[in-house]
Design a protein around this ligand. Structure first.
Ligand code: NBP
Length: 481
């Protein structure tokens, strides 16, 4: 018998997706550059379903039903190109190559075009959920031709996470859209984690909670509007004690955050599109600051001139409990801002590349399987269902109300952070964004004046249409352009 689908690249992600497919009754062909991974999977998990192991790409391709479907799960970049090349050489027109790695969307666009010209379908599928998700149900974001989705959609949907009876997988759009959406998902994940980190730091530094007490607070929060996988595992990590020292593990982990690049890609794309994703950008830069070990070591002696040493000095009468409630509000409001910005970027990317992304569907398939999975996403889905043209999530009645009710607490938290000298770049820049978009006037008027002064860049006027220039070095009269 032939295989329904093949998986090449059997490191942790590929092996788990292959097992997931097999557990759902699909016959799965297996291939990996080093044969040992195929053997290992067969030895350990061969009994979980129908697998067809193969020793070479040609054997692998020959073991697939037509049109052939091959899922690549190798390292993004050159490795993916190499594997695509080998597969394409062995395949025939009409066959489908799926890349489930974390490819940069522009690479996917390039690959899709090249393969289309050779008569092959190429599906760039963003897969989120880490190894656990890959095995038990990830969130899958497949982009490619609508025709290719007919061949791969049902297979991918069958192994995706399920929320309220619906799979966390849907057709995203053409060429690089799936990987673009996955990239922004990861960017949002960066912002979400940064905000959670700031909440934790304020709980411990400003409110004086221990890591264990903070763990309890997060566990409690996980049953409210913040309910999410990230809040749940925050409680787990904060509550974990290091076996060697007996201290909270979080206190013995080096405070330098790593990054693999998807956050940076998101911000680069946002910069190109001119979308202010301040929350994601702050999160990427905050990781960069944390990792700047020499700079941080050299800066230890810098004076802070803090305006207070305790919470009660700033807000007399405030108790820990009410401040923790303020942090909850600040976290929620900042999170709404970060997600609103992320969805703005998705809308802008969709316009730029002609993808016609369904924003509500994206929120829906992120409710399960992926790292940012949360109840909250159901609200986002509802918001776009109510108004697909929503200019910003901040204007949806539910989110508008949520942020307006959180605003006073949010300001208190940012005030406390500033006065105590506790960095809260995510909370404060989200608040600045909120205040910027709602401001009647911004200092951009002055910036336009300055640009006109040194570069004759012209400005518009509030009282009449057109573009104007003041002759700054002459008699300072205004001319219309
Ligand atoms: P890795 O990203 O660590 O890649 C290891 C796999 O790539 C192995 O199968 C390896 O073969 C293969 N490979 C390499 Br490296 N160079 C190759 C080449 N030139 N030709 C053929 N094969 C090559 O694996 P992973 O962590 O399982 O991730 C797989 C993909 O899924 C990546 O794109 C990753 O970004 C993405 N992803 C990962 C996660 C996660 O949580 N880890 C989540 C979502 C997406 P070998 O065995 O012969 O060395």
């Amino acid at each position: 018998a032939l295989a329904d689908i093949g998986v090449t690249g059997l490191a942790v992600m590929g092996a788990n997706i292959a097992r997931n497919l097999a557990r759902h009754g699909h016959t799965v062909a297996l291939h990996n550059r080093s044969a040992s991974r195929v053997d290992e999977l067969m030895t350990k998990h061969g009994s979980e379903g129908n697998f067809i192991p193969s020793a070479s790409i040609t054997e692998f391709v020959a073991s697939l039903k037509r049109p052939r479907r091959a899922l690549i799960m190798v390292q993004a970049g050159a490795a993916t190109d190499a594997v695509i090349e080998q597969l394409a050489d062995a395949m025939e027109p009409g066959d489908i190559i799926i890349d489930g790695g974390n490819a940069l969307y522009t690479d996917t666009q390039r690959r899709e075009k090249a393969l289309r010209e050779r008569g092959l379908h190429f599906v760039g599928a963003g897969i989120s959920g880490g190894e656990e998700g890959a095995l038990n149900g990830p969130s899958i974001m497949p982009g490619g031709s609508a025709e290719s989705y007919e061949y791969v959609g049902p297979l991918l949907e069958s192994v995706a996470a399920v929320v309220e009876g619906a799979p966390c997988c849907t057709y995203i759009g053409t060429d690089g859209s799936g990987h673009y959406v996955k990239m922004v998902h990861n960017g949002i994940e960066y912002a979400d984690m940064q905000l959670i980190g700031e909440a934790y730091q304020l709980m411990t530094s400003a409110a004086g909670l221990s890591a264990n007490e903070a763990a309890e607070v997060f566990a409690e929060w996980n049953s409210g509007v913040l309910e999410s996988y990230l809040i749940e595992i925050t409680s787990e990590v904060l509550g974990h004690t290091d076996a060697e020292t007996g201290k909270p593990l979080v206190d013995v982990i080096v405070d330098a955050a790593g990054q693999k690049g998807t956050g940076r890609w998101t911000v680069k794309s946002a910069l190109d599109l001119g979308v202010p994703v301040t929350g994601i950008a702050e999160a990427v830069f905050a990781r960069a600051v944390s990792g700047s070990r020499e700079l941080r070591a050299a800066s230890q002696g810098l004076a802070g001139a803090e305006l207070a040493t305790s919470l009660t000095e700033i807000f007399p009468g405030t108790d820990v409990e009410s401040f923790v409630a303020d942090i909850h509000s600040a976290l929620y409001a900042s999170k709404v801002v970060a997600y609103a910005q992320g969805f703005d970027q998705l809308a802008a990317g969709s316009r730029e590349y002609g993808w016609d992304l369904k924003l509500g569907d994206l929120a829906r398939i992120w409710r399960g399987g992926c790292i940012i999975r949360a109840q909250f996403l159901g609200r986002i889905s509802d918001a776009y269902a109510a108004n697909p043209q929503l200019p910003s999530l901040l204007l949806d009645p539910y989110f508008r109300d949520a942020v307006e009710s959180a605003a006073a607490s949010w300001r208190r938290v940012v005030t406390v952070a500033a006065q105590l000298g506790v960095p809260a770049p995510g909370f404060s820049s989200a608040l600045a964004y909120y205040d910027s978009v709602r401001a009647k006037r911004l200092p951009a008027a002055l910036i336009q004046g300055l640009r006109d002064y040194f570069g004759a860049h012209t400005y518009e006027r509030v009282d009449k249409p057109g573009h104007f220039h003041t002759q700054w070095s002459g008699d300072r009269s205004e001319i219309s352009n």
